[in-house]
Design a protein around this ligand. Sequence first.
Ligand code: FEO
Length: 172
Amino acid sequence: MLHKKIAELLNQQVNKELYSAYLYLDFANYYADEGLDGFAHWYEVQAQEERDHAFMIRRYLLNSGEKVEFLPIDKPDKVFKDHMGPLEAGYAHEQYVTGLITDIYHEAFGQKDYKTMQFLDWFIKEQGEEETNADDMVKKMKLFGGDAKGLYALNQELAGRVYAPSATGPAM
Ligand code: FEO
């Protein structure tokens, strides 16, 4: 069993990760509608990764003898005025998620819950990577997305992203 507050935060995090998947699929919908299939593909892969994160945390809760309660998933409600919009929103969202993971880590530290801290180590690293990726997308769009040729090349590059389920997940 976990400390009540930690179990509660992890249960909420399952919901946040599922929301992240939903949000990124919504970005993919936007880009698909705009004819940018490479951008759409990139966010479809990202949504799969977010779903994996939710599964990992769910599994950790179950392995720890906790019940998992699914909460309603919010409707993604962002409206974008240009192709940069989802990229900036994605970066801001990853920074927000890093904050959530950090808060759980902080709680686990306070409770001397070293097992949960070890579990969360993987997510701390993952968030670092996800923030870097999201920031790179914004930077590349600023540099190359301003004209049709650049946007086409960027779309081609993003189409090449491969979904690779994490071989080494968090410590359970
Ligand atoms: Fe699961 Fe992008 O954080």
